[in-house]
Every structure is written in C-alpha cells, then in structure tokens.
Design a protein around this ligand. Structure first.
Ligand code: PHE
Length: 345
C-alpha cells in the first residue's frame, strides 16, 4: 500500500511549488482527477474487509481534505499574484509628458458646427440627431411633399434599392429637415432644436458635392410668430460673422414645409477677386426659413391650432467658405493634408 505520508508530502510540495494556475490545475488532476492518486486510494476501499472500511475511509478523507485545502489556498495566492501582475502591466503613468505626436486639427465643417451650436445653445436649443439613411415619409411626405410633388425632383435624391422593414422606399436624406419630424414625434413642444450633419444630393460640379452638410433649426412654442424668426436669424448671423451691424434681408420664397417662407441674404461687397461680408451693396443668399406649415405639425402629431413655430436650414460648407475665406468647395472633402493644416483649427 502507498505510503500515505509520502504521498501527502509529495502532493503538498507540488501544490506549493506550482508557479501558475495551469500548473496547479495539473496537480489537482493528478491527485483528485478520475485517475488521480488520491482517487485511486478510495477505489481500494471496496476490496477491504467491511469492518476496516470506515476507519480507512476516514484516513483517506483526511488526506483528501488536506490536499483540497492546500489547492484552494494556493489558487487564491496565484490568482492574487496574477491580478497584481496584470495591474502593474496595464498601469498608465498619467504624469508622463505626452509624446511629441503631430497635432491634428478640427475640420472647418466641425468648427462651424461647434460655433453655431454654441450660439444657439445660449438660447436653449438642444442638438438632435437623425439617420443619414431616411425613409420617404420623413424626408418628404411628412414635410408636406407628397409623392407627386414637383419639389421631389429638385432634391436629386439618391434612392436605395433596399426598402425598409415595412416596405417603404429608402434614400439618403436630401436635407436635415426630417429630423424636425423625428424630434417632434418624440418630444412635446415647447421645443428649440438644432439638427446637423451629412446630407446628400445627386449633384457634382464646381459648387456642388454629392455629400454636404446642413444645419437645421426648429422652434415650436405657443405664440411664436415671424418676428421671432426674424430676430433669431438676424442675431445669429451677426454673431456668427462677428459683425454687429450686418445687413440682413428676408426675401419671399417657397418651401413646401414652411408658409410663409423666406430666403435670407446678407450684405456684402462682391468683386472679381474677393467677397467681403458686412460692407457694400451686394447681397448673398445664406439660408432658407419660414413658419412651419400646419401639415408638417399634423404629420408629427402636433396640433397646429395650439402650436406654431419656425424653421430654418443652411449649408455648413457655405458658412465655412464665407467666414474663413475658403475658395474651393471640393477641397473640403479631398483630405489633402496641406489643405487640412492650412484651414484646420
Ligand atoms: N430643407 C431646406 C433645404 O434643404 C432648407 C430649409 C429648412 C428651409 C427649414 C426652410 C426651413 O433646402
């Protein structure tokens, strides 16, 4: 019969010298596994005379318990050591000076969006988001542009082949106005919101890129009228262009989703070589706006009898070109590092 004392000593020493959890588990299997040395002892009990079994069983159990306890203790020690080592390896020295990495810059599009957000945030506007891939309802129908409406042609829409889950045709949003509908469906007025991001139209030449950016504004409150719209836009443009007495002109226009609608021009001086804002007798179109059409409110579940509001929309590239004197639209998306370093912030 195996010398129990020797077996215990050997196993305990193997346990206490196991260097990691894998080695320790190998010892466990060796001792307590199906074919383990301790398990084998128990298998001999059957061949003992019945009167000896109980006493011998107790002896084996004592050994088994000693081994189990030693295994658990060693396991805890090794786990703690592993954790300490991991923490040490992953430690970050926050006091280290930063590496001399080349500094990135903010793209003028990002910069303008941040500036516009800051101006409107002071007046309680929130920033809302909507998907680039829209459905027909949110991009057109809910904005009072029904299926056969000629305004759909003007948008040069990119349609997707795949339809949405409910079979509606999908498209790349042609403007940020669908976010008006999405937000109104979720939030109860009073509401002051901005929405900004990518928009898409199938158009590409010197002054158009198939992807461009818009900023949309929407205010829905009781008693809001055209005067509020005018004041909001005039203040915004003066602040954005940093010209206190900026000349601003509202021209009657048409958008299906606003009534009345206006296009807004700012005073400037155009010459062959340059364009200067804030001086001169010329005008430059800068944004579209109007009082929200009752059909739009209805489509978003708002009662036009109790609530009205105004909306406005503008192109971010145009704002950036004018404010920062960037001449070429297409360079915005060429990712030319020299351009990015020059015009970035
Ligand atoms: N969505 C319009 C466009 O893309 C702009 C706009 C927005 C006009 C809100 C009026 C009100 O041309």
């Amino acid at each position: 019969m195996t010398d129990l004392h020797t077996l215990q000593t050997t196993l305990l020493s193997a346990i206490n010298t196991a260097n990691d959890l894998t080695a320790l588990d190998a010892v466990r299997v060796e001792a307590l596994g199906k074919k383990g040395s301790v398990t084998a002892l128990f298998n001999t009990l059957g061949s003992l005379p019945a009167e000896d079994r109980k006493a011998q069983g107790a002896v084996f159990n004592t050994l088994k318990e000693a081994i189990t306890t030693a295994l658990n203790t060693r396991k805890e020690t090794l786990e703690a050591a592993a954790l300490t080592a991991q923490l040490a390896a992953e430690a970050v020295d926050v006091s280290l000076p930063p590496l001399p990495l080349p500094k990135g810059t903010l793209h003028p599009i990002t910069r303008v969006m941040e500036e516009v957000t800051a101006i409107f945030a002071r007046q309680g506007f929130t920033v809302e988001v909507g998907p680039d891939i829209e459905d027909d309802f949110h991009n057109f129908t809910a904005l009072n542009i029904p299926p056969e409406h000629p305004a759909r042609q003007m948008h040069d829409t990119f349609y997707l082949e795949a339809t949405s889950e409910n079979g509606a045709s999908q498209l790349l949003r042609t403007h940020t106005s669908p976010v008006q509908i999405r937000t109104l469906k979720e939030k109860q007025p009073p509401l002051r919101m901005l929405a900004m991001g990518r928009t898409f139209r199938c158009d590409s030449d010197m002054t158009h890129t198939p992807m461009f950016h818009q900023i949309e504004g929407l205010v829905i409150e009781e008693g809001v009228h055209f005067g509020h719209l005018k004041g909001t836009i005039e203040n915004f443009l003066a602040e954005f262009f940093e010209i206190d007495d900026l000349k601003v002109r509202f021209r009657p226009s048409f958008f299906p989703f606003t009534e009345p609608s206006a296009e807004v021009d700012i005073g400037c001086k155009k010459s062959k070589e340059s364009l200067q804002i804030g001086i001169g007798d010329d005008w430059l179109e800068i944004l579209g706006c109007g009082m929200v059409h009752p059909n739009v409110l209805k489509a978003a579940g708002v009662d036009p009898a109790t609530h009205q509001g105004f909306a406005f929309g503008m192109g971010v590239e145009r704002l950036a070109m004018l404010k920062y004197g960037i001449p070429d639209l297409r360079a915005f998306f060429a990712s030319d590092l020299r351009w990015l370093r020059h015009y970035g912030f």
